[in-house]
Design a protein around this ligand. Structure first.
Ligand code: DGL
Length: 265
């Protein structure tokens, strides 16, 4: 049995629901997660900046924890930097691709909404995904930078009404466009999936890439990780940037049953 951990990387807490999905399938594994708090948010940076930042943060996590696989649980980082990471590091790297293909296959009206960061919405990678898998669909792209920072900074301090309010405009725009599939193409948005679903109303599916990413990771790990093994496994949350770390990261760690691993300076 390979005792090395499974690594996760995101600009912040967005990838945690992806980690949680995999941990449920493979609970005896060791998990290490890097929240790149020092460089948050990725979505408003240039492509060149995201390339360098993601490479450098991946290197810090790899040097510190020696993972057997790295899951880039961030659409922005994956869309921009997956190739670069695969060039630079020898461990298997699994990326998070916007779920345009399954959404297009399922859409009856052939109208899809894509909610992502500015960087992802404007990236040629998404143009290619649309061309390849959704050429028969109208794809309405909306960037939600305010939603990203809301989740990162305010999620635990906000009430139900505030959570609905932050996604109301996007949901209304998708409603006007009559989409019947909404793709959450930024991992941070999974935290507000219920609110988006509620505002979108019946007949509209809200989807993300958890199953695709998690299944791919399990396949790469072989024999479904260590899910059949005994033992409880472990999970550590690392954050980049200087101390002191905001208390919200402790709250996210507790919420997801993780220990604080410390900072990646
Ligand atoms: N969670 C990220 C994504 O999936 C990026 C959020 C950000 O840092 O802008 O795109």
């Amino acid at each position: 049995m390979n005792e090395k951990p499974i690594g996760f990387l995101d600009s912040g807490v967005g990838g945690l629901p992806y980690f949680a999905w995999l941990r449920q399938k493979a609970p005896a594994e060791r998990y290490v997660y890097a929240a790149d708090r020092a460089n948050f948010p990725y979505g408003e940076k240039t492509k060149e900046a995201v390339l360098d930042i993601v490479e450098s943060t991946a290197r810090k996590l790899i040097e510190r924890t020696d993972p057997k696989i790295l899951i880039v649980a961030c659409n922005t980082a994956s869309v921009v930097a997956l190739e670069r990471l695969r060039e630079r590091f020898s461990i298997p790297i699994v990326g998070t691709v916007p779920a345009i293909k399954p959404a297009a296959a399922r859409s009856r009206r052939k109208r899809i909404g894509l909610l992502a960061t500015m960087r992802t919405v404007n990236d040629a990678y998404v143009d290619r995904l649309v061309e390849q898998f959704a050429s028969d669909c109208e794809v309405v792209r909306i960037a939600g930078p305010d939603i990203v920072s809301f989740v990162e900074k305010r999620f635990f301090d906000s009430g139900a009404e505030e959570k609905l309010a932050i996604v109301r405009d996007a949901a209304a725009e998708f409603g006007r466009a009559s989409v019947d599939e909404i793709v959450l193409a930024c991992t941070h948005f999974l935290y507000l999936a219920d609110e988006i679903r509620e505002l979108a109303g019946p007949g509209v599916e809200v989807m993300d890439s958890r199953e695709g990413v998690g299944s791919r990771a399990l396949a790469v790990l072989g024999e479904k990780g260590r899910s059949g093994a005994s033992g409880r496994g472990s999970a550590e949350l690392f954050v980049t940037g200087p101390d002191p770390v905001e208390e919200s990261y402790d709250r996210f760690a507790r919420y997801f049953g993780m220990e604080i691993g410390g900072t990646l300076p």
